[in-house]
Design a protein around this ligand. Structure first.
Ligand SMILES: [Fe+2]
Length: 301
């Protein structure tokens, strides 16, 4: 039986039911792949994948981007629970990274090779809050007025995780965690043409800064105006997680953010990131003044 794809009442997102992600035949996978390209975000309720099953599902979309030091580790925890079972304190590095994720962004735009897709599954959820929200950058581009479209055509922005964390007061040393590297800040066009669908989309978010040709103030104003305009209904959807839910989204045309919750409660998500295609997601880098050095590289490792 074919899975059921039910579009969400927004310009992006669909709920997919009537399938087991861990046991898909080729015809079912084709339905999922087509729905991914059309809707940008796919919600699969109640899948309860093991880590190996989640990695295998993500692997269908492309190579896995390695986020941990151990190359055998293909999935990471996004969690406020420490290995000893206690909850992160507000002054800890990982707590500040979690709070940073509450700003609209696209994954790994600060790496030489930006991500294609991201997969999250819910393990432990708080009693309220802690949703993930997505915003449709294709529909946002379509909704821009002509003057803005003309203004941003040909503009690019640098992307840096040092920059986005510094904006929330989190100064991080080079090498302290994934993303705080010496490869330089990638320079990426504000409008990204989707490599498969050909649809233009805004490519912005909290990691973006420093548009060449604009003053720092003009650049910040334009980037924040674009996010404010883009990330509002009917272009957004926030998912209330239940343990076992799996979501995959297309980082090439969708922004996302985590929503706050009572940080004294546990929230444990499992994350697998799918690497972009070097032909379309690799960007040249420039010196990032917040990094300790500049050693240009086209590899994320
Ligand atoms: Fe993210």
């Amino acid at each position: 039986m074919a899975p059921t794809v039910t579009p969400i009442n927004a310009t992006l997102g669909a709920v997919v039911s009537g399938l087991e992600l861990a046991h898909m035949d080729e015809a079912t996978w084709k339905v999922v792949e087509r729905a991914f390209l059309e809707h940008g975000v796919l919600i699969f309720p109640g899948q309860h994948l093991t880590e190996a099953e989640q990695v295998a599902f993500a692997r269908r979309f492309g190579d896995i981007e390695l986020l941990a030091a151990d190359p055998e580790q293909k999935a990471v925890a996004i969690s406020n629970v420490k290995p000893d079972g206690t909850i992160l304190e507000a002054d800890e590095h990982r707590y500040k990274s979690l709070r940073g994720n509450e700003g609209w962004h696209t994954d790994s735009s600060y790496m030489p090779l930006a991500a294609k897709a991201s997969c999250l599954s819910a393990q432990v959820v708080p009693s309220s809050g802690g949703e993930t929200e997505w915003a449709d950058m294709r529909a946002a581009y379509d909704a821009l007025d002509d003057a803005t479209r003309r203004r941003i055509a040909g503009l690019s922005a640098h992307h840096s995780l040092y920059h986005s964390q510094a904006k929330i007061g989190h100064m991080v040393e080079t090498g302290a965690a994934y993303g705080f590297h010496t490869k330089g800040a990638p320079l990426r066009p504000l409008v990204k043409v989707h490599p498969v669908t050909g649809r233009p989309a805004l490519f912005i978010g909290r990691h973006a800064y420093g548009i060449p040709g604009l003053s720092q103030a003009e650049s910040e104003q334009l980037l924040s105006d674009l996010v404010d305009f883009a990330c509002r209904p009917p272009r957004t959807y926030a998912h209330v997680w239940h343990p076992g839910d799996v979501v995959i989204w297309d980082n090439r045309c969708v922004l996302h953010r985590a929503r706050p919750y009572d940080y004294r409660e546990a929230r444990v998500m499992r994350h697998t990131r799918v690497a972009g295609d070097p032909a379309t997601e690799l960007a040249p880098t420039h010196r990032d003044d917040r990094a300790s050095a500049y050693e240009p590289s086209s590899s994320n490792r």
